[in-house]
Design a protein around this ligand. Structure first.
Ligand SMILES: [Zn+2]
Length: 429
């Protein structure tokens, strides 16, 4: 009879959100040249660089090592012993969401990552230890889900017996596991019970009846943990559905603040919905797929920008209208390296322009003032096309056309365009 007795991942580290934020600080520091190829996992005695590195996370070396290992285990950080620390694909999705301030989506991806991690760990009863290969033992989460009573609950007493019954570490294993279960959003504690929250019901159902593919190797399971959307991932369709639910009704878009509401998650979903690319491309580490994904994400971004402007050129006195005549223009160009707010698929880094106005904007014949009025360059006369020149010149001083959601481009992006693309100011009214 399989069980889930034995040592859970007892350590001073946990899956708490704060720990992930600490590791995020370390990831950033690890990218500095002085840490190239530095073995963060190495010996700690008399190692000044080790102390220096751990101090960037405001912690002791031993604590730092435990925290990083924990985040590797949970699937946020790629397995490895040297700097730089790198995010897994799903870890980088979390990081990107966190960076743009979409805390709602970031929290959900964090919970989902923990849930997936918990779902595919196995406990090997004969070796009394955990393995990343679910075919090699009992899956604790499946075991637990199948032990719940009619109220989808299990008493803390029974839970503790199940987990700690055969070990000397009574109390500790159960508490570590309990923390993970609660952090994942799958369970909450109530009245001396652990209660299944009903989150990810489809995933939970699938897990209850899950039989792992024995032909998959440990490395395959490591890859699945890093990117649960890859082709061999047993839960990829379910996870895709979870992504979709998360963005339904654009709840995430509306719940974020500071007008920073375009998020990588919506991009990922749109890619899935609007293209025929197989799932494995979406979160791929492979540069070939990554380029493809970028191209598609931009296409998706372009479609959404044009829709926001109802397919009308945003230049006030330009009267071009119609889906096939307008384009989406990046204000801060797509080709510019990442610095500041991620700009490539940001919904406030685009305006809908007709082909001619797009070219004139990219070449810097006109730009926008901070109040979103059109400003024109003194070189406007270089434009040979009289209609275009007239349209832009007569728009000078007018605010660009409104979007259907009344949002205006972000000043950060406008500043970039004015400083780097605009050919020089004249005619400001
Ligand atoms: Zn136009």
């Amino acid at each position: 009879m399989a069980s889930i007795h034995g040592d859970w991942f007892h350590s001073r580290s946990s899956s708490n959100y704060g720990e992930l934020l600490t590791v995020r600080t370390l990831v950033r520091a690890s990218e500095k040249p002085e840490y190239q190829n530095f073995r963060w996992s190495g010996g700690r005695d008399d190692n000044p660089l080790m102390r220096q590195f751990s101090r960037t996370g405001d912690i002791q070396p031993s604590t730092m090592q435990t925290k990083i290992r924990a985040m590797i285990r949970y699937g946020f950080i790629r397995d490895g012993n040297t700097c730089p620390l790198t995010w897994t694909r799903i870890g980088s999705l979390w990081n990107e969401l966190h960076e743009i301030g979409n805390s709602v989506a970031a929290k959900k991806i964090y919970e989902l990552t923990l849930s997936i991690s918990l779902a595919i760990y196995a406990f090997n009863d004969s070796q009394q230890k955990y393995t990343i290969n679910p075919a090699k033992g009992e899956l604790p989460l499946r075991f637990l889900l199948n032990r719940l009573d009619n109220n989808s609950a299990i008493s803390l007493q029974e839970f503790t017996n199940l987990v700690d019954g055969k070990t000397n570490r009574v109390g500790d294993n159960a508490s570590y596991w309990k923390t993970d279960l609660i952090n994942s959003g799958l369970f909450h504690e109530s009245d001396e019970h652990l209660v299944y929250t009903g989150n990810y019901a489809e995933l939970a159902n699938e897990l209850r009846n899950f039989t792992p593919d024995v032909s998959l190797e440990d490395e395959d399971w490591q890859r699945i943990r890093e990117n649960p959307l890859i082709e061999i991932s047993p839960f990829r369709n379910t996870i895709k559905n979870i992504f979709r639910e998360m963005t339904q009704g654009q709840a995430i878009e509306n719940s974020t603040t500071n007008e920073i509401y375009t998020d990588p998650l919506i991009g990922a979903i749109s890619e899935q919905e609007e293209t025929a690319l197989p799932e494995l491309d979406i979160l791929s580490e492979n540069p070939r797929f990554a380029n493809n994904t970028r191209r598609i994400r931009n296409a998706t971004w372009a479609i959404r920008i044009k829709k926001k402007y109802n397919y009308i050129c945003a230049v006030p006195k330009c009267d071009v209208i119609g889906e096939i005549f307008v384009e989406s223009a990046h204000i801060k160009p797509d080709s510019v390296a990442d610095e500041g707010t991620p700009h490539r698929s940001h919904m406030l880094n685009g305006i809908c322009l007709c082909r001619h106005c797009h070219v004139a904007f990219d070449r810097g014949y006109f730009s926008l003032a901070d109040d979103h009025r059109v400003i024109t360059s003194q070189r406007i006369d270089d434009i040979a096309n009289q209609n275009l020149k007239t349209a832009i010149q007569s728009s000078s001083g007018d605010i660009i056309k409104n979007r259907s959601d009344n949002k205006m481009p972000l000043l950060e992006f406008i500043h970039y365009h004015r400083a780097n693309k605009f050919m020089g100011q004249a005619n400001v009214r």
